[in-house]
Design a protein around this ligand. Structure first.
Ligand SMILES: Cc1cc2nc3c(=O)[nH]c(=O)nc-3n(C[C@H](O)[C@H](O)[C@H](O)COP(=O)(O)O)c2cc1C
Length: 198
């Protein structure tokens, strides 16, 4: 199962989570970077929050991995003004994909990522969202965050193994049907041959 973890992280929290998730799932990592991020010091909340609320366009750096060529795409980013940060929003608009198995994660200062995750899910229409994870300042509460991230990964790994088992069973059933069909064909050929010899 080819898995990609796509994330945007302005201050390292989502990066911390994305790296653990990618390691646990054996996934490739795609970090989003924008050329027009807010300044990192004073004013970042105002400038970045306003850009997020207004749905301003982010100028993304070159993307070197295509989500279309993966079976599973995990997506994460920070909550900005209650919503999706422009870089992640831009990625979702510019690199649309469908019929993927996905999971989403967010990091926030308040611990409330519900409306951001809801928007992200809306942008993922046409895909299956298997699971979601909301982290509160994971870099500050590492142990608790690691526990949550591991639980998230365990859930995904068991969902993948269930679907693989189902695929193996479907393949087994198809093979059985084929054998039955061949047996039926052979039996009628033998019967025909015997009739001719009589
Ligand atoms: C521009 C901006 C806006 C933010 N708005 C919110 C917010 O509305 N709610 C919240 O809980 N945290 C908010 N935060 C805090 C971040 O969501 C939080 O620090 C998150 O863990 C950052 O993730 P990152 O380190 O991966 O960038 C905001 C931070 C920035 C820079």
């Amino acid at each position: 199962m080819k898995t990609l973890v796509v994330y945007y992280s302005f201050e390292g929290n989502c990066e911390f989570a994305a790296k653990i998730i990618a390691r646990r799932l054996g996934a490739d990592l795609l970090q989003l970077k924008a050329g027009n991020e807010p300044p990192s010091g004073f004013g970042k909340h105002l400038i970045g929050g306003r850009a997020a609320l207004r749905g301003e366009k982010a100028i993304l750096y070159r993307i070197n991995k295509n989500p279309e060529s993966y079976d599973v795409v995990i997506i994460g980013g920070p909550v900005w003004a209650g919503t999706i940060a422009p870089a992640l929003r831009e990625f979702m608009i510019s690199y649309p994909f469908e019929k993927k198995r996905t999971a989403i994660f967010a990091s926030s200062a308040s611990g409330n990522a519900s409306s951001m995750l809801k928007r992200l899910k809306t942008m993922l229409a046409g895909n299956e969202v298997l699971s979601e994870l909301s982290l509160k300042k994971p870099l500050r509460h590492r142990e608790q965050a690691e526990e949550q991230i591991n639980e998230f990964c365990d859930g995904l790994l068991s969902a993948f193994s269930v679907s693989e088992e189902a695929a193996v069973m479907r393949a087994g059933e198809a093979a059985e049907e084929m054998v039955k069909a061949v047996e039926g064909e052979l039996a009628s050929m033998v019967a025909e041959e015997l009739r001719k010899r009589k």
